[in-house]
Write a protein that binds this ligand. Structure first.
Ligand code: SF4
Ligand code: SF4
Length: 280
């Protein structure tokens, strides 16, 4: 290994400790995200663990909480328990996040049967609907119980990033079926950084990168006794579930470039366009 690469990996290890402890900073750069990628590559590479996909999502969520907090805008948000206009729309997530949500649902032994029944009914109702039609239905998320998320600690990234400076804007958007919500862009940046780190680690291990519609994906996973291990073996446990195809080809290409950059930096390489930008 070259001395240069060895130094890059040493810096990356330091950043990994920092990100593990404090989360991503409010304006993460490619090195912070690559440090998180490298940690997630390791979690997903633990082949002795048949739950390593959900473990990767759980690792990500532990980092997500301080990362969103680091933006400093939480006190200005109007989000609170019982306010649930945002839990009646289209949600999609990658497979590790679906498995983490399923694990949390399975852990609710008392309410498990009722949750599975609600999820199955919701999946049948929303199957095949595009984002706009799904939102216009106002169908509550089957995980919403008495106005609160029943898997709050394991909710997917889109739910974590969906916050608002104005509950009135949320109410208006809900009533008029628009997307005109006062979501702080900085939360979107943090969400993208977290999602990119997870997807890059999944790409490293050759895992499918799609996002699946939440209700249908959960119904499929909960109907399969060993879905996570089967998916890790390469089985398509999401056959028949709606895949989120909202990203245009241009942004998918940009995403691929970003994932390759993160994997290169996570392995100690310095892509040409990052020359001179490495952390001190
Ligand atoms: S995003 Fe909007 S609807 Fe959701 S909790 Fe926050 S203020 Fe309420
Ligand atoms: S998973 Fe939880 S936070 Fe997300 S839409 Fe459902 S109830 Fe709301």
């Amino acid at each position: 290994m070259s001395l240069r690469r060895e130094r890059a990996l040493t810096k990356l290890r330091k950043l990994r400790v920092q990100v593990h402890r404090d989360g991503l900073p409010a304006q993460p750069n490619v090195y912070h995200v690559a440090a998180l990628t490298s940690a997630l590559v390791e979690v997903l590479g633990n082949t002795g663990d048949s739950k390593r996909a959900s473990a990767a999502a759980e690792y990500l969520y532990r980092v997500a909480t301080p990362s969103f907090r680091a933006t400093g805008i939480e006190p200005k948000l109007e989000c609170k328990r019982g306010c649930d206009y945002c839990c009646r729309g289209y949600v999609s997530a990658t497979a590790p996040q679906i498995f983490a949500a399923a694990k949390a649902i399975r852990a609710q032994s008392l309410s498990y049967e009722a949750a599975v029944a609600r999820i199955g009914a919701a999946a049948d109702t929303v199957r095949g609907l595009d984002w706009k039609t799904r939102c216009a239905l106002h169908e509550p998320c089957p995980l919403l119980v008495e106005g609160a998320c029943s898997i709050y600690a394991s909710r997917p990234l889109p739910c974590r990033a969906f916050v608002s400076f104005s509950v009135n804007a949320c109410r208006r958007a809900f009533e008029l079926n628009t997307n005109d919500i006062d979501v702080p862009p900085i939360y979107g940046n943090v969400r993208s950084a977290l999602e990119n780190a997870l997807r890059a680690a999944m790409k490293h291990h050759g895992l499918p990168l799609e996002s699946y519609e939440l209700d249908g994906a959960l119904a499929s996973v909960l109907a399969h006794p060993d879905a996570e291990a089967a998916w890790l073996r390469g089985e398509n446990v999401f056959a028949g579930v709606d895949v989120d195809r909202s990203a245009d080809p241009g942004s998918l290409l940009q995403r691929e470039i970003m994932l390759d950059t993160l994997l290169a930096v996570a392995s100690g390489e310095t892509p040409a366009h990052l020359e001179g930008q490495a952390p001190k």
